[in-house]
Design a protein around this ligand. Structure first.
Ligand SMILES: [Zn+2]
Length: 59
């Protein structure tokens, strides 16, 4: 069973990144997906308009 995680560009609305993983443990697996997205410039930069997505601010 795969879960798909998708991010869309804030500027142009096109898909920036998509990853499908088999989530075993949502508490430990989810941060890894976010890390691969926000932690990898190639993944969190929109290929269509060049906008770099910023991670949500944690308080
Ligand atoms: Zn864009």
């Amino acid at each position: 069973m795969l879960d798909a995680f998708e991010w869309y560009c804030e500027q142009c609305g096109r898909q920036v990144y998509r990853e499908e993983i088999a989530v075993q443990n949502i508490v430990t697996d989810l941060p890894k997906v976010f890390e691969r997205y926000y932690g990898t410039p190639a993944n969190c930069t929109c290929k269509h308009c060049g906008t770099v997505m910023q991670p949500p601010v944690r308080r």
